[in-house]
Design a protein around this ligand. Structure first.
Ligand code: ZN
Length: 292
């Protein structure tokens, strides 16, 4: 177990140190990027902070962005550190422990600090302390609790073999990024909206550069870092007449950047598996396409 007393948190940064040597992700398989949606980070591991070297990387993104499990494991809530604020340990099945620090403690976007470190505020609704989670499952909400007040970010730490912290930077760079966070229980199918630019099409396929994702039921449009997603185009998919000729071609070909227009693809319902959440080729089918 890790003691929070040893965790150097996110006071204002000073000089950048040369980062320590990179370590490959555990087991050679990449972790899941701990936040879903557009986010920025740098290798600020080891930078001098108020209480000593910075023991993680700070990942900046918006209020209440979903934080997801980096790998399969068991979570533990930690609510008693003034500096960390609302915090969570993920004990991964690989033996690596991950720390999620500065989770949400606001009930409104006005940084009210009126929320407690409880499910529905800091942690995912309905999540129980000690629960087993799967990689990509939403476990928490991004925030600015503890000494992060005023700067929404996730302080993310990686502790191989539950030991000393190493730089998360190579893990983050190699991480698998999700289109959407996995629900607690994957019982109901999800329908996705994908906004982006078509790259190639034909032969029953459509490849898009996706920059926005929406999940039904319940979701709102979320910006994601641009990424290529390949979709199946069934013969009975409904296509806006203006783009149908480009998309329904007998063989696949690249689309001219002069003629493509932004599109919104709505998928057929799909079970919320890890492969679907990563947009693996062949896992998503087009239901209909509108102009974006
Ligand atoms: Zn930090």
């Amino acid at each position: 177990m890790l003691a929070t007393a040893g965790v150097a948190l996110c006071a204002s940064s000073a000089l950048a140190l040369t980062p320590p040597g990179d370590l490959a992700p555990p087991g050679g398989s990449p972790i899941v990027f701990p936040l879903v949606g557009a986010a920025t980070y740098s290798d600020d591991f080891g930078q001098p902070r108020g209480q000593g070297p910075h023991e993680g990387n700070d990942i900046l993104t918006t209020w209440r962005s979903p934080a997801v499990a980096a790998e399969d494991g068991t979570i533990k809530f930690w609510t008693t550190s003034a500096r960390a604020g609302c915090m969570l340990y993920l004990y991964g099945t690989s033996g690596t422990t991950y720390l999620y620090i500065h989770l949400n403690n606001d009930l409104t976007a006005k940084r009210d600090n009126k929320g407690k470190c409880v499910p529905g505020v800091a942690y995912m609704d309905g999540l129980k302390n000690g629960a087993k989670v799967r990689a990509g499952q939403q476990i928490a909400y991004n925030g600015d609790s503890g000494d992060a007040e005023g700067t929404y970010h996730l302080h993310f730490e990686v502790h191989p073999k539950d030991g000393a912290a190493v730089s998360p930077f190579p893990y983050l760079n190699a991480a698998t990024k999700l289109l959407f966070p996995l629900p607690t229980k994957a019982i109901k199918p999800v329908t996705l909206g994908l906004r982006g630019i078509p790259l190639s099409a034909g032969g029953g396929m459509l490849e898009m550069s996706v920059t926005g994702v929406r999940v039904w039921p319940g979701g709102a449009w979320t910006a994601v870092p641009a990424r290529s997603v390949e979709l199946l185009v069934p013969p009975d998919a409904l296509l806006d007449r203006s783009v149908a000729a480009q998309i329904v071609a007998p063989t696949r070909r690249a689309l001219s950047s002069r003629t493509v227009v932004p599109l919104v693809v709505v998928t057929r319902p799909a079970k919320a598996t890890f492969e679907v959440s990563t947009g693996s080729p062949g896992t998503l089918s087009v239901d209909h396409i509108q102009l974006g």
